[in-house]
Design a protein around this ligand. Sequence first.
Ligand SMILES: [Zn+2]
Length: 170
Amino acid sequence: MQSRLPEYCDLYQLADKSATMSGYWPVAKMPRLLTMLAADGGEVKAELEFGRDGRIRFIKGIVSVDVEMQCQRCLDSTTVSLNTEFLLALVDNESQIGRLPEQYEALMTEGRHYLPDVIEDELILAVPIIATHDSDCSDYVKEFEAVPAEHQQEEAVKKPNPFAVLKDLL
Ligand SMILES: [Zn+2]
């Protein structure tokens, strides 16, 4: 059974033990990611592998989540799948960053670290700059804008318009 990811962890210790973990984390508890989304539902799934490559301690991860973002074409909400993989080397000072083999990105940490932050940072990098529906929703926008304002409201509430009979009289 999947459990929630731990919060504070000693990343160096996990790397030294070659630990692996998989778990979930609620999107609602990722405040920086949330500012980019249209809704706070969803759970991030994460699979993490810690280890050592010579002197380098690393975290390898695969994370995925479906989030709701505002479509920039029709302004309605659309589901966006964020999937990302990462390989982070744990470093405790900036001078180490330049010496890392190129497959690694650096994660500055003294060891004890709020693990969901690592996942959140990676997801933020995976968020598309502009979200749109996969299907072409632009025709819908054109039609919608072409309808006079009083009829737009009628469509939006999807109820019979009590004044519809008046249209015939005009
Ligand atoms: Zn759209």
